[in-house]
Design a protein around this ligand. Sequence first.
Ligand code: F6P
Length: 365
Amino acid sequence: MKHLIQKIGILTGGGDCPGLNAAIRAVAKSAILDHQIKVIGIKDGFQGLIENRTRQLDYEDVSGILSLGGTILGTSNKANPFKWPEIRDARITYSDVSEIVINNYRELGLDCLFCIGGDGTLTVAQKFKEKGLNIIAIPKTIDNDLSGTDRTFGFDTAVFNATEAIDKIHTTAESHHRVMVVETMGRYAGWIALHSGLAGGGDIILIPEIPYDYDCLIAKVKERSQKGKKYSIVVVAEGAKPKGGQAIVKKVVETSPDPIRLGGIGLMLAEEIERRTELESRVTVLGHLLRGGTPTAFDRVLATRYGAKAIELATEGKFGLMVCLHGQEIASIPIEEAISQLKLVSPSSSLVRVAKSVGTCFGDE
Ligand code: F6P
């Protein structure tokens, strides 16, 4: 039986990533074309629902945005309505403004809110589901660390961008006989470093899930050098840490629900490798380059499939769910399952074993 849905809201929250516009387009086009549903775009994530900044999305607004990076709606990774930061007299105070969001949802006449986000946004979305709003979640993040789905969109593009960068680094590394350290994003999960390191032929891959031993990776660089390979490529996730040590925190964004910003591991490694091997070393931090630009074909298709499935769920009256990819199939799971824990790389996974079998060093053995 079809559920009567006349008006929906859609927002993008957290860090942006390629494919957001493809997902917005898919939700809006399926809603408008197949079901004559009105679509309200909410600006800058939950911030737009707190401040009531919205605009109607018509067909023309979402036409021609499939290949566009970023998000036409804007986003925010500071907008947690349950812990809303306000700066007064140079001091940050927090309050719960979730009732404002609920009032605005009702005043806008929304029948369902589509939340496109990662762990942080979907944790907020789940709380609104528990407060009685009709929520459907669509998973995105370049980190690919959301549970319950094989893929978040944005990840494939980030891996593509990182691999392209590693390929370029390779030629200059070889020419100058240098050790080149490439630092990728990936706060708690090493998926980007693992996949791009494999695709780009990294000699050493360091990820948060496998703490490294300095002696081990230095030995690998020296061994290559002695065998005539005077250059090495080290691909390191920003969240990688030495055995018994911690990831390097670059800054703390107090107003953010996930306040830790990492960075600096690449430089530290390059300096240490140069000091201990006497091989010239350089670092390249890929940072937000991984998140920008046009999405890959895979991410466009995935985001489109997610968007269409999300509308299907809404019209069937199935709320509180996140669309997901299981193998080749698009399915759905409760949002709470997706946010229950981060999806990390298992050190004994087949991908890590494959990388080791082709001689990649993870700094652990
Ligand atoms: O979660 C996505 C992500 O790109 C992480 O990989 C990275 O640590 C973080 O966001 C960076 O956040 P910001 O854009 O606030 O610097």
